[in-house]
Design a protein. Structure first.
Length: 145
């Protein structure tokens, strides 16, 4: 587990009003008539929360830059009051082909609610600094995630 976050209705709706003003994200009455039966968090809000949680965690992969995200999914709705838990697993590392002092890391992010339902999953691909070992010709990718 990397960290947790509790969704408040006010924050969730405020975010959606600015960035994704769908009725089921911003209006209780309209959301109640939607297939979701109530307010749901915007996907972009959940993605921002996952990045916030990992950014505030003690995880330090010596990040240089993000390359991209793959397999972004929102399999279940997140709702006001949900307590979201982020887990992270490093699923692949490799040295950079172009810069030997760097490595490429692929991580699996999963955000689950208090009912253990996945509300967000994706893979992120990042560039990290490589840590030199005692052997000057060998490096290891420092992927603490």
């Amino acid at each position: 587990m990397v960290g947790q976050y509790t969704i408040t209705e006010a924050e969730m709706v405020s975010f959606a009003q600015k960035w994704d003003p769908q009725p089921f994200h911003v209006n209780k009455d309209a959301a109640g008539l939607s297939p979701y039966g109530g307010l749901t968090a915007a996907g972009s809000y959940l993605l921002a929360l996952a990045i916030r949680i990992v950014g505030r965690s003690p995880v330090n992969p010596q990040l240089i830059a993000a390359i991209g995200w793959d397999e972004l999914r929102f399999p279940n709705p997140a709702r006001p009051g949900d307590v979201l838990t982020l887990t992270l697993a490093c699923i692949h590392t490799r040295p950079s082909r172009q810069k030997p002092d760097r490595g490429i890391v692929r991580n699996q992010f999963t955000l689950r609610n208090q009912r253990d339902q996945t509300v967000l999953s994706f893979q992120d691909i990042i560039i990290v600094s490589r840590k030199q070992t005692d052997d000057k010709n060998k490096y290891s990718i420092n992927s603490a995630r």
